[in-house]
Design a binder for this molecule. Structure first.
Ligand code: URA
Length: 235
């Protein structure tokens, strides 16, 4: 059971102030009865709430997929810089969404945004082995030394990386698959080979690939089937 105003704020674009006004105007119904106070207790599993005669569809959690552009930081708010939350439609703005994992400001590609902490933990914890795949462009040619080094474990100043797969796709390009996400990990791993990462684009989390029709900067809800694909094992 939760307060009526709290539930409406989390599921809609209305603020607490709006809810107060709507109640005074008798425009909110709980189980078809006019709601009289914002603190009225509601059970989202049993009760129906209507605003202006339209029923609210409750969603416990939201899972968004974003094709992150350059220039946005992986945070929920910042005084100076644009954050990935600035790319989320307004209707989700009261839900307490956060990015499930970080991409650098200049990294692009697949990012998941949610309000489900357990789900985020499950895709981020190295113990859960959910892979992250990146397309990488370097300033120098990719070498077999790099590939073998990634396979055997690169040592960074904060410890040895878990084994990573490097697939050479061109003279300066490769795909890298990791199961952990340390600060600037790919850039630092290539730094050990004297290489600078010029472009970094995440193309997959688990078995969920960045949809080709999701334009850079666009964001939409993931389907149940897509969500399941994130944690399903390859087989
Ligand atoms: N590795 C990096 O160096 N940067 C990212 O944004 C992601 C992985």
């Amino acid at each position: 059971m939760d307060r009526l105003d709290k539930i409406i704020v989390s599921q809609t674009e209305y603020s607490r102030k709006d809810v107060k006004k709507l109640i005074i105007q008798k425009r909110i119904l709980v189980n078809n009865e006019i709601a009289s106070k914002p603190e009225f207790k509601v059970d989202i599993l049993k009760d129906t709430i209507k605003i202006n005669d339209r029923e609210i569809n409750f969603q416990k959690f939201v899972y968004l997929i974003l094709n992150k552009p350059k220039g946005f930081i992986s945070a929920t708010e910042d005084k100076k810089q644009k954050t990935v939350l600035d790319l989320v439609p307004d209707k989700y703005k009261n839900r307490g969404l956060f990015p499930a994992g970080r991409l650098d400001k200049d990294t692009t590609g697949l990012m998941l945004i949610t309000d489900d902490g357990e789900f985020a933990h499950n895709i981020l914890s190295p113990k859960k082995h959910v892979s992250k795949e990146y397309e990488v462009t370097l300033d120098i040619p990719v070498t077999e030394d790099m590939r073998d080094g990634f396979k055997n474990g690169v040592k960074l100043n904060d410890g040895e990386c878990k084994l990573a797969e490097l697939i050479i796709t061109g003279k300066y390009t490769c795909n890298v698959i990791l199961t952990e996400g340390r600060y600037h990990q790919i850039k630092r791993m290539f730094g050990c080979f004297g290489a600078k990462v010029i472009e970094l684009n995440r193309v997959a989390i688990g078995n969920l690939r960045l949809p080709i029709d999701l334009k850079v900067g666009d964001c939409r809800e993931v389907s149940i089937e897509e969500k399941n694909r994130i944690t399903e094992r390859k087989g």
